[in-house]
Design a protein around this ligand. Structure first.
Ligand SMILES: [Zn+2]
Length: 367
């Protein structure tokens, strides 16, 4: 029987921007409850409690000045950590350090060849010296620096959150050790307004940053097309030694703050693709991170789909009744969506794919 490590602590619930903020900590708690209410998944999932990341580890990616600023804002507990959407709160330094600690412990455990999932990870907007988009510390950035310090030379970061993972992308823009593939809603329509296909990295990293913007209302058929035409060939060429996947649930069709229309099928397909690559090239060293997702029910279903795929487990048809009763609004009882494939991908995504073939695949001799 396969197994997976899952990082979770009640301390994760302290990462709370307060009532009215779209990022509710319950989405993490409910996910663990869902996982534990499906016997086969519960048996395979080894839930562990992470420690806070130390200052030495945080400064692998963040500046000392920024850590000091978060610490001071944390003790005041008022104001914003960025210009408009990441409020400071009492305990924010500790809560954000705990999330990073969870991702780092997942990385350490995955190094032994057992996949790991930090449901409280994937804070991809934070920069070395500033917070952004609900992200205080960038656990992905710290994890990549940690892996680099251990001499990994081919790390893959795959990001399917609806928002572009700008904090990761631009902080490693000239770093050839990190292949960054980011599928997101086009920056023309959504925060942070970046991640266009002509942004491919610089110097030795040219062609190793792959941005795939999607038009609003793109769905499974566009996502599947991109996986086949771009992601698979580039990843096969790169042969990653370690894989980090951010599976933000806000690309799902029911998300209230974005406009993509993926179903649980795309989460399964992406995880299947990376799992196969991990088995072939990285001795199953793969870490999944929760990322965004602002409809709790759908986000939990997307994460569960990804986790079950790594374990080769088919999900039951219905969500457990007791778990459904936690949710404060009526939802349908199914764990998986109906597949929404079979439609021809639209002309804009076809043009994006052709551009990426010219810019990224051809110079590598892939096509
Ligand atoms: Zn997002």
């Amino acid at each position: 029987m396969k197994k997976i490590y899952v990082s979770y602590s009640e301390g994760y619930l302290s990462y709370d921007f307060g009532p009215g903020h779209p990022m509710r900590p319950e989405r993490l708690e409910y996910f663990i409850k869902l996982l534990e209410s499906i016997p086969l998944l519960k048996e395979c999932s080894h839930i562990f409690q992470p420690e806070k990341a130390s200052k030495n580890l945080l400064t692998l990616f963040h500046t000392e000045d920024y850590l000091q600023f978060v610490k001071e804002s944390c003790s005041k507990g008022v104001g914003y950590l960025d210009s408009f959407d990441t409020p400071a709160f009492r305990g924010c330094f500790e809560a954000a350090s705990l999330m990073v600690g969870g991702t780092l412990e997942c990385v350490r455990r995955a190094e032994e060849g057992v996949p790991a999932f930090n449901v409280g990870g994937g804070y991809h907007h934070a920069y070395p010296d500033r917070a952004s988009g609900f992200c205080i510390f960038n656990d992905v950035g710290v994890a990549v620096k940690f892996l680099e310090s251990k001499n990994y030379r081919r790390i893959l970061y795959f990001d399917m959150d609806a928002h572009h993972g700008d904090g990761v992308m631009y902080s490693f823009y000239d770093d050839p050790r990190l292949l960054c593939i980011d599928i997101h809603e086009s920056g023309r329509y959504l925060f942070p307004g970046t991640g266009f296909e002509n942004e491919i990295g610089v110097e030795d990293a040219e062609g190793l940053k792959v941005n795939i913007p999607l038009q609003p209302y793109s769905g499974d058929c566009e996502f599947e097309y991109i996986l086949q035409e771009i992601v698979k060939p580039v990843v096969e060429w790169f042969k990653p030694e370690f894989i980090i996947m951010q599976c933000g649930g806000d690309s799902h069709w029911g998300d209230p703050i974005t406009h993509l229309e993926l179903s649980t099928y795309s989460y399964i397909l992406a995880t299947e693709t990376l799992k196969e690559v991990a088995e072939r090239y990285s001795s199953s060293r793969i870490v999944l991170l929760g990322g965004g997702g602002y409809n709790i029910f759908n986000t939990n279903r997307c994460w569960l789909s990804a986790l079950a795929t790594l374990l080769d487990i088919s999900l039951p048809k219905y969500a457990p009744k007791k778990w459904l009763s936690l949710l404060d609004s009526y939802v349908h009882p199914y764990l998986l969506d109906r597949e929404l494939t079979g439609r021809e991908p639209g002309p804009i995504v076809k043009e994006t794919v052709e551009n990426l073939k010219e810019l990224v695949l051809k110079p590598k001799g892939i096509v």
